[in-house]
Design a protein around this ligand. Structure first.
Ligand SMILES: Cc1ncc(COP(=O)(O)O)c(C=O)c1O
Length: 501
């Protein structure tokens, strides 16, 4: 029976399915009769092959099967023609990554597959938190969308169930949740809550911080309002200096305290009290800059004393990304009054939330009804629950801690060899590597940072650059990233820098 084209198209997946059946059979056999070693003799090899299989782009596999039986291989559309078509209908204000943008077709766990048959190691995307297309999350979405998808004006079990499961991850004081569809919507709502509770308008933000794309998001994000083409700082916004121990003016042990005291002085001189102080625990768009130790411990009481509330934006740092800490604020030993969640929460499904206290929720409850058409719908809740379940079942925070420590150590090894690496910072799988002209001067080298990023892309590894000088390599991969993946990234950077020297 000659194999036909339709069979060729599914062969890659059938091989994977066969391997999955094999590991399930082995596991089951071991459970019912562990003495029968023959039943699971091939288990380790099957797992190894599955891992290997993931690294093969399904298009590359199909093309090699096709050419093996003399069929023509599929030629992808040119990237130039795709860009042209895109720009006819989508404004170029929506930027594309890399000098040579990539036409992605599929992704699985920490790998992404382009239309040419290449596999990319994803060392950058933090939204597919538990891994691209994680089967448990996909099944939850597919199962629920076929049953019921409606809004919070009806009673359905998943809303309460998800709210309970999520809130169980927070201290008792944080016991109310509002579901929305993005980090931006969550930031917007968080500010509304703070203003409703305090009656004040002024807001304190941190230099280079980013909280969202809505009008409110831009108003509170120096990354946007302070950018070259940005609209500028509004009168009711107070901007605190970024408590950065690398580039900042304080780099001693008491930097957190010193920066906080400066910010508190600003608050004292404000025309009216501050409704909210908002910060990310590690400022992502600023170039993965962690708040100096002790900063929040000093500033939170001062903000509360003058009648304001404290907001932690955990959109980037939450859900175990920092390994040791499930939420970023824990690293500073404080408890915020309001928390903003997004990105990783739905593993790519648009899901965001605001978490707060009973008291703040009661103040907000005195105003107009809050309603979000999609926020907290049953499909989103099913997905959110699946993400939490996978984080727990696969012990991802622990993997993040172990792989993150290894990854950071590899970067520090590079720093010891190459003077262009000025700083290596971050926690867990949220790391920033500052590229400088030489590490005595701290002069940022955005040209080299971008060269490394693009060269890595050519070597099929995805990372990004950011920061006020676009000189920081950012890496924040899905949490299923392995030590071998981490080694691959740093080996390739080593190769790139060695070639330049
Ligand atoms: C810290 C932080 N807050 C909020 C947002 C906004 O989230 P979204 O893009 O889902 O609106 C982002 C997005 O990058 C972010 O990094």
């Amino acid at each position: 029976m000659p194999i036909n084209e339709k069979e060729i198209a599914v062969l890659y997946y059938l091989v994977a399915a066969r391997l999955c059946i094999s590991v399930c059979n082995s596991s089951h056999s071991r459970k019912i009769n562990s003495a029968n070693k023959y039943a699971f003799v091939s288990e380790n090899q099957a797992w190894a092959l599955l891992q290997q299989w993931l690294r093969i782009n399904p298009i590359a596999a199909e093309n090699s099967f096709r050419s093996a039986i003399g069929l023509p291989v599929e030629i992808p559309q040119s990237v130039d023609s795709l860009i042209k078509a895109r720009h006819k209908v989508i404004s170029p204000i929506l930027a594309l990554s890399y000098s040579r943008p990539i036409h992605m077709t599929k992704a699985a766990f920490q790998y992404m597959y382009d239309a040419c048959g290449n596999t990319y190691l994803d060392a950058y995307n933090n939204i597919p938190h538990v891994g691209h297309s994680h089967p448990q999350v996909v099944a939850a979405a597919q199962g629920q969308i076929a049953k019921l998808n409606t809004n919070t004006r009806y009673l359905y079990d998943l809303l309460t169930e998800y709210a309970e499961r999520l809130l169980a991850r927070f201290p008792d004081s944080l016991n109310k949740v509002y579901f929305v569809n993005s980090g931006s919507a969550a930031s917007d709502l968080a500010i509304r809550l703070a203003r409703a509770h305090t009656g004040f308008k002024n807001l304190m933000v941190i230099e280079h911080g980013y909280h969202g794309n809505t009008q409110m998001g831009v108003d509170i994000s120096d990354y946007k309002f302070g950018a070259k083409a940005g609209p500028g700082q509004k009168d009711h916004i107070l901007k605190a200096a970024i408590p950065d121990t690398y580039r900042g003016k304080y780099n001693a042990d008491n930097a957190g305290k010193m920066y906080a005291r400066e910010a508190i002085e600003q608050v004292k001189h404000s025309d009216s009290p501050v409704a909210a102080f908002i910060s990310e625990p590690i400022l992502g768009c600023a170039g993965q800059v962690p708040l100096a130790q002790g900063y929040l411990k000093e500033i939170y009481p001062a903000i509360r004393k003058q009648g304001g509330v404290c907001i932690s934006d955990e959109v980037q740092t939450g859900f175990g990304r920092l390994g040791e800490y499930f939420w970023g604020y824990e690293a500073q030993a404080v408890v915020p009054d309001i928390i903003i969640l997004g990105k990783p929460m739905g593993n790519g499904h648009p899901l965001g939330a605001v978490i707060t206290t009973t008291e703040i929720a009661e103040s907000f409850g005195k105003g107009v009804e809050f309603f979000s058409s999609f926020g907290g719908n049953p499909v989103s809740c099913a997905i959110g629950l699946a993400v939490l379940a996978v984080i727990e079942a696969e012990n991802l925070p622990e993997n993040t801690r172990l792989v993150g420590e290894f990854y950071k150590a590899q970067f520090i090894n590079l720093q010891n060899e190459f003077p262009c690496i000025g700083d290596v910072r971050g926690t867990g799988l949220f790391i920033g590597v500052e590229i400088v002209k030489n590490n005595d001067s701290l002069e940022p080298d955005s040209v080299l940072a971008n060269l490394i990023k693009n060269e890595l892309r050519n070597r099929h590894i995805l990372i990004s650059t950011d920061g006020p000088f676009d000189s920081v390599l950012k890496t924040k991969p899905p949490l299923c990233f392995t030590k071998a993946n981490a080694q691959q990234v740093t080996d390739q950077i080593y190769g790139i820098l060695k070639k330049l020297n």
